[in-house]
Design a protein around this ligand. Structure first.
Ligand code: 5GP
Length: 192
């Protein structure tokens, strides 16, 4: 998606550890007009698929998924939470996800009543690096016996393994921008 690539080129900042910061429009401030067009693009890419729900992971996935949901028939958005809060009762689906940006393992949970066997689900997240976050969501989808109709990613870092691995597993991964190379010294970013 050219508009997203241009925003990354003009506003993205490369941080140590191959972290691309896009705080100005995705991770700390949300450009909802851009999100609206990203949602439309995912809806186009996944056209014809049955979608009952969108599943994402807190925090940055929530806004993206919510605006995208408007383009998928205003379906509910379920977001996996990163720890068990006091207000969560009942049985939970659960996975352990290693955080790429924070370097810690998080317990990721979804209440069982929010995902029902046989439902059709699209996964959405902001970044795809090594794939741990999405694999955690897939584990939850597996426990819930829902059908994963596709995986929508805003920014895939194509030089890391997540996208390749998920596609090799047979998932339809649609990334709106794929960063193929980024150089912290020169600030250069090259897209696939
Ligand atoms: P993965 O689990 O695929 O290794 O990493 C994806 C998760 O880590 C995303 O949910 C995102 O929050 C975070 N992440 C990974 N790489 C980056 C990055 O370069 N920039 C930002 N802002 N987040 C990233």
């Amino acid at each position: 998606m050219q508009e997203l690539e241009e925003r990354i080129l003009t506003e993205g900042v490369i941080r140590p550890g191959n972290v691309l910061k896009v705080d100005g429009f995705i991770n700390h401030q949300c450009d909802v007009d851009l999100f609206d067009r990203m949602g439309a693009e995912w809806a186009r890419l996944f056209a014809g698929r049955p979608v009952d729900k969108i599943l994402t992971i807190e925090a940055s996935g929530i806004a993206l998924a919510s605006i995208a949901a408007l383009h998928f028939g205003r379906v509910p958005v379920v977001f996996a939470r990163k720890s068990v809060g006091k207000n969560l009762d009942g049985d939970l689906y659960h996975a352990v996800v290693h955080s790429y940006t924070h370097g810690v393992d998080n317990n990721v949970i979804v209440e069982r009543r929010l995902l029902n066997p046989g439902e059709n689900v699209i996964l959405i997240d902001d970044f795809l690096a090594n794939g741990a976050a999405i694999r955690g969501l897939l584990e939850i989808c597996d426990q819930a016996k829902v059908n994963v109709q596709g995986i929508g990613i805003a920014v895939e870092k194509g030089f890391q393994t997540g996208g390749h691995d998920l596609r090799a597993m047979g998932y339809d991964v649609q990334s709106l921008a794929i960063v193929q190379e980024m150089d912290a010294d020169t600030g250069t970013i090259r897209f696939a």
